[in-house]
Design a protein around this ligand. Sequence first.
Ligand code: SF4
Ligand code: SF4
Length: 367
Amino acid sequence: MAATGFLLRSHLQDLLDALVAVGYRCVGPQVRDGAVCYDTLREAADLPWGWRDAQNPGTYRLRQTGGAYAFAWANGPQGLKPLLFAPRELLQTSIRAPDGGLRFAAPVASVGAMAVVGVRACDLAALRLLDQHFIGGFVPDPHYAARRADLFLIAVHCSHPAATCFCVSTGDGPRAEQGFDLALGETEAGFVVFAGSAAGAGLAERLPLRPAQAAEEAFVDAALADAVKAQTRSLPSRDLRAGLFGNLRHPRWEAVASRCLSCGNCTAVCPTCFCHGEGEEVAADGASSARYRQWDSCFTQEHSAIHGMVIRADTRQRYRQWLTHKLGSWHGQYGRSGCVGCGRCITWCPVGIDITEEAAAVCAGTP
Ligand code: SF4
Ligand code: SF4
C-alpha cells in the first residue's frame, strides 16, 4: 500500500482536531492504573509517549523511558471489544401501567460517532470476527450495530510486540493490512500515513501532510520485519480442529485444570470472546423491571447451566470448552480460528497459563 503522506510528530494534535471537527469523539491509548488502556483522548500529549511495556505469562509492567515514540508498546488489556460490545448493556425495560398492563421498551443507547486511535492489526482481525458474530447473522445486534456504524479506525503498525504476542502465526499482524481508515507507521520524526478507506483519504486531506520519503517508508518496513522476527511464540497450525477434537481425553486437560483458577480473566481480555448472560432486575415494588446482558465466560459454572443442570461442572471441562471452541469449532462457525494471536490471555492469566503451550501439548497427542 502506497503511503499517503507524512505527519510530523508536532502535528499529531491536528489529526485529533480534524476528527473532532468532522464530529468524532476520539478514544485513544493512555496510561491508566499501570496499564495502557483506551480512554477519551483530547490531547495528543496524553498518549503514552516514551512508555514501554514488558509482558510475560502472568506479568505486565510499564516503564517510562523518556523516548520519543507514542506507540512503542504492545497491546494493553483492552481490545476494541469493550468499546463495541459493552460489558453490561440494558436490553429491555418493562413498566406496569396504571391500567394494569405492561409497557415494554428496548432502548438502544445513542453513542455518536467514535474514532479510535492506535488500533493494532490483531484487534482489526478481532473486529472482523466480532462483526461476523454480531451483525453478520440473520438478526443483527442493534447495540453493537449502533456503535459500529460510525466508527473511524486509526491503526498503528505494531513495531514493538510483547513476548506474549504471536500474531505472525495466526496471520493477523504485525502490519495492519485491512479494516482501517488510516494507518500510521511511527518514526522518530513522526508518522508515515496510509489511507485505507475513502473516509480515511478524506480526513488525510485535512491534515498538514508532506510527501513521505522513501527512507521513512523503509524505516517502517524494517521495524515491522524486526517485529516479525521478535515473536517467539506460535500456535502449531492455523487449523487445530483435528488435533484438539482427536485428543479430548488427553491428560493435559487435567494438568492445566490443576493450575487454572477458572477466574475468566482470559475471556474478559480476549478481543474475540463474546459470551454473555442475561438477567432481570425487578424493582422492589414490582412496578418495573430491567433486563440486562453482561459479559460471561466459559469459565463460570453458570454459563453451562442448561435446564437446571451444569453440564461443565469442573475446570477441566471448562478449559477444554474454551480451547476447543476458540481454536476448533470457530472454523465451522466463522471460517477461521477465534484466536488473533494478541497474547492477552497469556499476559493477564494470574497463573501464567499459555494458550500456545497448551494447544501444542494437546495436539501433540497422548504422551
Ligand atoms: S485466545 Fe488469547 S491470544 Fe488468542 S485472541 Fe484471545 S486473548 Fe488473544
Ligand atoms: S486460564 Fe488463567 S485467566 Fe483463564 S480462567 Fe484459568 S486461571 Fe483464569
